[in-house]
Design a protein around this ligand. Sequence first.
Ligand code: ZN
Length: 183
Amino acid sequence: MRQNRGLLLKLHNSEYFIGLKKDTQNSFSFPAFVEKFFGNKINKKILNKIETFLIKENRCYLEDTIKRFNREYFNENYNWARFKRSYRRFGSLSSKRNINISYRLLFAPKKIFEYVCVHELAHLKEFNHSKRFWAHVQRVMPEYKQYEKWLKENGHTLTIANNLKEVACCDKNDRYFKSIRGA
Ligand SMILES: [Zn+2]
């Protein structure tokens, strides 16, 4: 059985295998590969492709999560919920009631992702960070302070490069990014 060397990208709800093209399989050590393709600005193009892929793949997952928490705890109207490529903020609510969630939360534990969804849903009730706002959050997640703390301490680790692992993989059922090229 031929082995395909590649990278495993781990999300909290799934993992993806990024296969390296055959001609590049032996050209790079893993750290060199990550540095070459994910570590700096030159690699913007590849990062962009992976981001686009992850956002598309997980659109329903986000919509379902928001819908579920809204139905159960908030019962508010919103326009849409979408993953964004934001690096500074993990979530935001626009004045048009659009919920934006950073796709980087796919790299965080599921609870953290859900917390940010709940946080933005609570803004549908209170468009500020008042006591009343936090009371809405607390009603759903009494332990929310530990998630805020987690994000402050670990938010910077939620990047594609930090969540890759080198694997030698031969499972045909694995998913491949079609357009990732190692050259
Ligand atoms: Zn907020």
